[in-house]
Design a binder for this molecule. Structure first.
Ligand code: CTP
Ligand code: MG
Length: 215
């Protein structure tokens, strides 16, 4: 089994609004990407990172694509030896080795994908464009999906072999695997595994990382 980490880090980080690409913005004194990379490198045989144009220097760096899943596809193409692919966003610096390993282990139950997720704590309603509420969903069945997401690599390769519009519409890779008929299970993850999207998330991530090193 060759477990390869795939880190999409090629986004521009519009919503964070830093000077440069989000993955290279400082978080707790080091580039955001490095927190995830350190954890993935410990848990995987190799890690390939999809980076923005101009950041390709160094081994195992490939230029990302036009959307997140296109970046995942580019990175996976550079890892033909992978039998298991662990996709993890550079934007989630609080990932742990234990969580990566639990996702990989869950694949052995016979699933094509095993994805980190936290039970939803808010009440979720569906509303129309006019803001009129249509229905309230049964929260006990809802999960907020995160990364890491572990996949049988051959299944993920096939799922990513779709047109650009389908890739762009996917908000995670598991959705593409599901659409291709693959079986995916959730792996309960801590809510602490937040995604840095806006400036407030960066401040929260820094506080959580500080708390971890002080513990
Ligand atoms: N990503 C990528 N390639 C893209 C777009 C996004 O590799 N073309 C990566 C980001 O670098 C990030 C992850 O996918 O690690 C999740 O995306 P998101 O949080 O949306 O990051 P950005 O797209 O950079 O941010 P924004 O949407 O605010 O511009
Ligand atoms: Mg984005």
């Amino acid at each position: 089994m060759a477990v390869v980490g795939i880190v999409p880090a090629a986004g521009s980080g519009e919503r964070l609004g830093a000077d440069g690409p989000k993955a290279f913005a400082l978080c707790g004194g080091r580039p955001l990407l490095e927190w995830s990379l350190e954890v993935l490198e410990a848990a995987c045989d190799r890690v390939v990172v999809a980076v923005p144009a101009g950041y390709e220097q160094g081994p195992d760096r490939v230029r990302g694509g036009a959307c997140r899943s296109a970046s995942v596809r580019e990175a996976l193409l550079a890892a033909p030896e992978a039998t298991v692919a662990v996709v993890h966003d550079a934007a989630r610096p609080l990932v742990t080795r234990e969580l990566v390993e639990r996702c990989v282990a869950a694949l052995e139950e016979g699933f094509d994908g095993a994805i980190a997720a936290a039970p939803v704590v808010d009440t979720i309603k569906e509303a129309g464009a006019d803001r009129r509420v249509r229905r309230t969903l049964d929260r006990s069945l809802l999960w907020a999906i995160q990364t890491p997401q572990a996949f049988r690599a051959d299944v993920l390769r096939r799922a990513l072999d779709v047109d650009a519009a389908t890739l762009a519409a996917a908000t995670d890779d598991a959705a593409l695997v599901e659409a291709a008929g693959g079986s995916v299970r959730v792996v309960e993850a801590p809510a602490e595994n937040i995604k840095v999207t806006r400036p407030v998330d960066l401040a929260l991530a820094e506080a959580l990382l500080r708390r971890r090193t002080e513990a």
